[in-house]
Design a protein around this ligand. Sequence first.
Ligand code: ZN
Length: 118
Amino acid sequence: MTTVAEQVRAELVEQLETLFARAGRIEAHQHNLNREVPADWPEAATFRSNDAVVDALDDHTREEIAQVRAAISRIDAGTWTTCESCDDPIPEGRLRALPTATLCVRCAAEAEEERRRG
Ligand SMILES: [Zn+2]
């Protein structure tokens, strides 16, 4: 049986591969060469901190990679379902909808409120 965390983790790894594939294209474009993607690319790319590649990305993609990586780390560490702020469990439905969420609904609302106030 596959748990929600396993399912979502697989989706996140896929998402990360897509993001790194995009990064690879950007890098290849910048260096004006068509580098061959290594056979072990997806695995190698999963946690490798390839700053040269990441630096080439726009802020949004970079942020996305950071969030997805953090979510995978949280799943692996077993802290994925725990709110980073208040240690309450984050409901499964929320995590399914937003796998990169690190806060429970209440803390997220509070953080959003803070952000709006500036
Ligand atoms: Zn919370």
